[in-house]
Ligand binder design. Structure first.
Ligand SMILES: Nc1ncnc2c1ncn2[C@@H]1O[C@H](COP(=O)(O)OP(=O)(O)OP(=O)(O)O)[C@@H](O)[C@H]1O
Ligand SMILES: [Mg+2]
Length: 434
């Protein structure tokens, strides 16, 4: 199903078998979900399954609309479509029930498919968008100095030092855009934590429903809820390009309606100072210009500069002795990592930290430390006291790896393939020029 893409070009032939097998896969996923439901504590990848069902349903709608009602698979597709809608609302309902933890295991298992399929509890769905920020604030984010200052000025200062903004119209919609993995989502979480705000997060996979009108209703209820709440709220629309793309021939009716609803709600919220909307995207050029216009501030979160890379590398290795090392190694490292995103750097550091542990698998000679751990022997050690053993022969909890070194980072950085290409970066440059 992952391979399935709705073609933009209407003349392109579609493979019906592919669509039907995609539907069957969705049903199979649903069956396996039912099994998982027997344990209410079990973690399930709801978003993934909802997204897949949504994709499948959109594919069917697309074929039905295009074929104009006269082809062999029509009836099957209608039936599959109906079943998908039922599955979707059922799963959404169950997700809500589980997330709210308000129902017992038995009542969840007894949910009647037919009765509940059309009654998704919107209040519960709105409350389920509330998330605890995953970090404590800006101090948990390395680099990104410019973005942090802009966010502090736009969101935090108007609340904490309102006298600075007297007689000025304040903005409350902001778009973060930039290459993947640069820290946009993290920044939104940091703002919410700093503001101690009620943090609502939504993304296309949460909200795009093939049920007629369901997505708009959720969107409407969410905005209604934050507008009437006495607490300061932030709505974070992650990956907004997922549902606010430019108009196209293959655009679905319900996705167009949802877009209109978002625009309408964003305009209404302008006067409401207790609500702030942050959206994030890594393809701003795909956004409908009417949506783009509604963001009063745009912040470009680019790939980290040299000093930002250094800050991030030191941030992720702060609990190791690397900080003590002299600057020449760090210089080499920040030069090698040019073009890395913050997320590349994070993954690269994690991989590099595995190097000393991976070396243990080929270590044959060990020494005993003062506190009785087996450690790989090094050149300056006394080889007459060495033990000749394989890692597997050593008792549990008795082995320690060599210290992590700056060279490990350099080795890993040299072979790491960064995720953002120069071509991608040119697109941002072009967009920024417009
Ligand atoms: N400035 C940073 N400081 C510390 N860690 C960071 C920073 N930026 C990114 N990371 C790490 O990279 C991961 C990915 O960052 P994040 O999800 O915020 O990127 P993003 O810009 O939202 O990416 P995408 O566009 O793909 O959604 C984070 O979970 C974190 O581990
Ligand atoms: Mg993100």
């Amino acid at each position: 199903m992952d391979d399935y893409i709705i073609p933009e070009d209407l003349s392109m032939p579609l493979d019906y078998h592919q669509i039907i097998s995609a539907c069957i896969m969705a049903f199979q996923s649903y069956d396996s979900l039912l099994t998982e439901f027997s344990n209410p504590e079990e973690h399930m990848d709801y978003l993934n399954i909802l997204q897949k069902i949504g994709e499948c349903s959109r594919a069917i709608q697309y074929i039905l609309a295009r074929e104009n009602g006269s082809f062999t698979f029509q009836i099957t597709l209608y039936r599959l479509q109906n079943q998908l809608v039922e599955f979707y609302s059922n799963i959404l309902l169950r997700k809500n029930l589980f997330d709210s933890k308000k129902v017992s295991q038995s009542s969840v298992l007894n949910v009647n498919t037919n009765q509940t399929s059309k009654k998704v509890d919107l209040n519960l769905a709105v409350k389920n968008t509330i998330e605890k920020p995953k970090i404590n604030g800006f101090n948990d984010i390395a680099g990104l100095w410019e973005a942090k200052i802009m966010l502090k000025t736009s969101i935090i200062l108007p609340k904490k030092q309102p006298q600075l903004f007297e007689k000025r119209k304040l903005s409350n919609t902001l778009l973060l855009y930039g290459p993947p993995g640069t820290g946009k989502t993290l920044l939104a979480h940091a703002v919410a934590a700093e503001m101690e705000a009620v943090f609502h997060t939504i993304s296309a996979s949460d909200i795009l429903s093939p049920l007629v009108g369901e997505s708009e209703k959720l969107m409407k209820s969410l905005f209604q809820y934050v507008k009437t709440s006495d607490k300061y709220s932030i709505i974070f629309i992650d990956e907004i390009d997922g549902f606010c793309r430019k108009r196209s021939a293959s655009e679905q009716e319900y996705s167009r309606r949802l877009k209109t609803e978002i625009m309408c709600q964003m305009s209404n919220v302008e006067a409401c100072q207790n609500v702030f909307i942050i959206a994030a995207t890594n393809c701003p050029w795909d956004l409908d210009s009417a949506i783009l216009r509604r963001f009063q501030k745009n912040i470009y979160v680019s790939l980290p500069e040299k000093l930002e890379r250094l800050d991030l590398l030191k941030f992720h290795t702060r609990d190791t002795p690397l900080e003590m090392l002299e600057n020449s190694g760090w210089d080499e490292l920040v030069n090698i990592t040019e073009g890395f995103s913050n997320s590349d750097l994070t993954t690269m550091v994690r991989n590099a930290m595995d190097i000393p542990v991976m070396e243990l698998h080929v270590t044959k000679l060990w020494k005993k430390s003062i506190d009785d751990f087996y450690e790989p022997i090094s050149f300056e050690d006394d080889f007459s006291k060495a033990f000749f053993k394989d890692l597997g022969e050593l008792p549990p909890n008795s082995v320690r790896a060599r210290p992590f070194k700056l060279e490990d980072l350099i080795t890993e950085a040299k072979k790491y393939k960064c995720t953002v290409s120069e071509e991608d970066m040119r697109k941002y440059e072009l967009f920024n020029k417009k």
